[in-house]
Design a protein around this ligand. Structure first.
Ligand SMILES: Cc1ncc(COP(=O)(O)O)c(C=O)c1O
Length: 376
């Protein structure tokens, strides 16, 4: 366990006390602040000799305290809906420090003032942004060649995007964005994808006759893979960018899960121990953590004021729902002495938790009456 993580997690469990109702979310704000500061320092132009500016992906964890911390650490806010723009504004972000980069088109009428940049996800959105100017800088998200993705425009639509940009008012500066998940491009590397993206961005600049002032880069990075990109890929990225895009003033890097994943945990209680099978049932699972199976989570047994890691083994920890897939952990060894009423901590729960992200994705949560009740 890293020192800040272990210390703050231990403190949060102790503060919850033995009587706290579970499941209970533990928010590790100090850890988040350290992570934001570290990433900002590692990506700083003095360290990288690239005009990097980090942006915090609001959808990943829109908790107001996280947004305020991101702003304090010098991150821009990267948003995908008017509700996320409003959340960033409430956290103190001026409109100029907010970027819009999502498939729901951004309408000027939904904003108090133009944002810093808006990246279109389609030719239709690009035409809309050039007409309405919801942001000072208008850009387009480009889909790197041969990546199966629903996002951005593919390479064969670049000439159409360039034509739209060419027809816009003189003096308009433009940008391009790339965001890919490693699941979609393996075994290629992020850097290879960035190479293909830079080629498309250069074609866009050439064919539109515009200078590309801003690039916005993301990569579905985990905490470890963001470290690797900042440590190993920066010199190659510098070469790639320097040779093709001379007018570049800003390279936005927009991490999400790599910032917030370790910064929340879930405290749960053991309901039953099935000793003969090496299984335990706990009071949290799929409902609280729908993304549980999409990335690894560290687990700890909170016993005698200590946090003992749950090790690998042949057992399972099961959630409380009547769903086959409500399994909290597979291939684990139940700690010796684990008993009903004990507390387990599921760590690394800070990203893409539907209960937090949903209200920000598109507006209000709607409910419909069950079919049988409609005509009452
Ligand atoms: C444009 C954009 N920015 C940021 C993010 C979030 O970043 P990460 O993939 O690092 O969690 C995503 C996620 O898909 C995205 O599409």
């Amino acid at each position: 366990m890293s020192t800040t993580f272990g210390r703050e997690l231990g403190r949060a469990v102790a503060a919850a006390g033995s009587g706290a109702a579970t499941p209970l979310r533990l928010v590790l704000l100090e850890l988040l602040e350290r992570r934001l500061e570290t990433i900002a320092a590692r990506a700083h132009p003095k360290a990288t000799m690239l005009p990097f500016r980090p942006a915090y992906s609001v959808k990943t964890n829109p908790r107001p305290a996280f947004l305020r911390a991101a702003r304090a650490a010098g991150f821009l806010a990267e948003t995908i809906s008017p509700a996320e723009v409003a959340a960033a504004r409430e956290a103190g972000y001026p409109c100029g420090d907010i970027i819009y980069n999502g498939p729901r088109p951004c309408r000027r009428a939904e904003l108090d003032a133009p944002l810093g940049a808006a990246f279109a996800d389609s030719l239709e959105a690009l035409a809309l942004y050039l007409a309405e100017r919801p942001a000072a800088l208008v850009g387009v998200r480009l889909r790197p060649a041969a990546v199966p993705s629903r996002f951005g425009i593919p390479f064969d639509e670049v000439p159409d995007a360039a034509a739209l940009m060419r027809a816009a008012e003189p003096g308009l500066t433009v940008g391009a964005s790339m965001h890919v998940r490693s699941e979609d491009y393996r075994p290629r590397t992020w850097l290879e994808l960035a190479g293909s993206f830079v080629d498309s961005a250069a074609a866009l600049a050439r064919e539109s006759g515009r200078s590309l002032a801003v690039l916005d880069l993301g990569g579905g990075w985990t905490p470890a893979s963001l470290e690797r990109v900042l440590e190993h890929d920066v010199p190659a990225l510098r070469l790639l960018l320097g040779s093709v895009l001379p007018g570049l003033t800003t390279v936005i890097v927009e991490p999400g899960q790599s910032v917030s994943t370790p910064c929340e945990a879930l405290l749960c209680s053991v309901l039953e121990v099935r000793a003969g099978r090496g299984e335990a049932v706990v009071d949290a699972g799929f409902s609280e953590l729908p993304h549980l199976e999409t990335y690894p989570h560290r687990m700890y047994w909170a016993a005698d004021g200590m946090l003992a890691p749950v090790e690998r083994g042949a057992g399972r920890i099961l959630g409380p729902l009547c769903l086959e897939y409500d399994v909290v952990a597979r291939d684990v060894a139940l700690p010796d002495g684990l008993a009903p009423g004990d507390r387990l901590v599921i760590a690394d729960c800070g990203s893409y938790d539907a209960s937090m992200a949903f209200p920000f994705a598109g507006g209000a949560r709607h409910e419909v009456a069950p079919a049988g009740e409609r005509h009452r």
